[in-house]
Design a protein around this ligand. Structure first.
Ligand code: PGA
Length: 247
């Protein structure tokens, strides 16, 4: 049976009260999933609160941090290390295109964060994607991903999740095609690591999610806007469970 990861990236949205409502609803609505791991990634300031609501009770619900710093500790005002995040979270989104765009994160820095996350026991969700819609070169994408994953052992490659997120589809009006996302996932697996877990992200909602989940080599979804709409997110997770069971 297939197993899916549905990651909700809340970005810089929600106040404490919203975080409480979303986490409580997700916990209550998604108590009985068998084939889906759900990861809520709220703004870091709400991590502990969200973790307290969903933790210790339901083993398929987790929390993730949206970003980490690559150093273990030190005089880095405002930053959060992987080790600190691992006190509360199990997953870390690393190298999201919004961090590349707004904070100029480069491949070496992202690679260093991936290593830091693994060392701290977090599961990195490593984002990669082309900037423009007509830039369809798979070789370029593979090359990009190689740089982000430099130095990882096969065992470590088996522990990470790669999120294929075409930058042009993130926060946009329509996603990539499920077939292309599957082709990209297949290329990554053929050239980097056979059992690499690849998920898709970019304009996913409750209406288009199932077509992506039905693709052979996709292991889940990274959901942005729809992850803070409780009904949409719960529906996406339930559809993932249904697709997994139907396989
Ligand atoms: P979106 O964001 O679903 O709102 O397009 C996806 C992401 O940024 O991960």
């Amino acid at each position: 049976m297939k197993h899916f990861y549905i990651i909700g990236n809340w970005k810089m949205y929600s106040l404490s009260s919203d975080a409480h409502i979303i986490a409580t609803s997700v916990r209550n609505e998604l108590e009985h999933l068998e084939s889906v791991d759900v990861v809520l990634c709220p703004p870091a300031i709400w991590l502990t609160e969200v973790a307290k609501i969903i933790h210790n009770q339901i083993s398929h619900l987790h929390v993730g941090i949206q970003n980490i710093f690559d150093q273990e500790e030190g005089a880095y005002t405002g930053e959060i290390s992987a080790k600190m995040a691992a006190n509360v979270a199990q997953y870390a989104i690393i190298g999201h295109s919004e961090r590349v765009e707004h904070f100029r994160e480069g491949p070496e820095f992202i690679n260093s964060k991936v290593h830091a996350a693994l060392l701290a026991g977090l599961t990195p969700i490593v984002c990669v994607g082309e900037r423009e819609k007509n830039e369809k070169s798979k070789d370029k994408l593979i090359d990009k991903l190689y740089k982000l994953l430099t130095g990882l052992t096969p065992d470590q490659l088996g522990r990470i999740i790669v999120a294929y997120e075409p930058v042009w589809a993130v926060g946009a009006s329509s996603p990539d095609t499920p077939e292309n996302a599957n082709e990209v996932a297949t290329c990554f697996q053929q050239s980097i690591y056979k059992n690499l877990k690849v998920i898709y992200g970019g304009s996913i909602n409750e209406n288009n999610c199932a077509e992506f989940l039905k693709q052979e080599n996709l292991s889940g979804l990274l959901v942005g806007r729809a992850s803070i709409k409780i009904k949409s997110f719960v529906t996406i997770c339930r559809k993932a469970e249904a697709v997994a069971k139907a396989e």
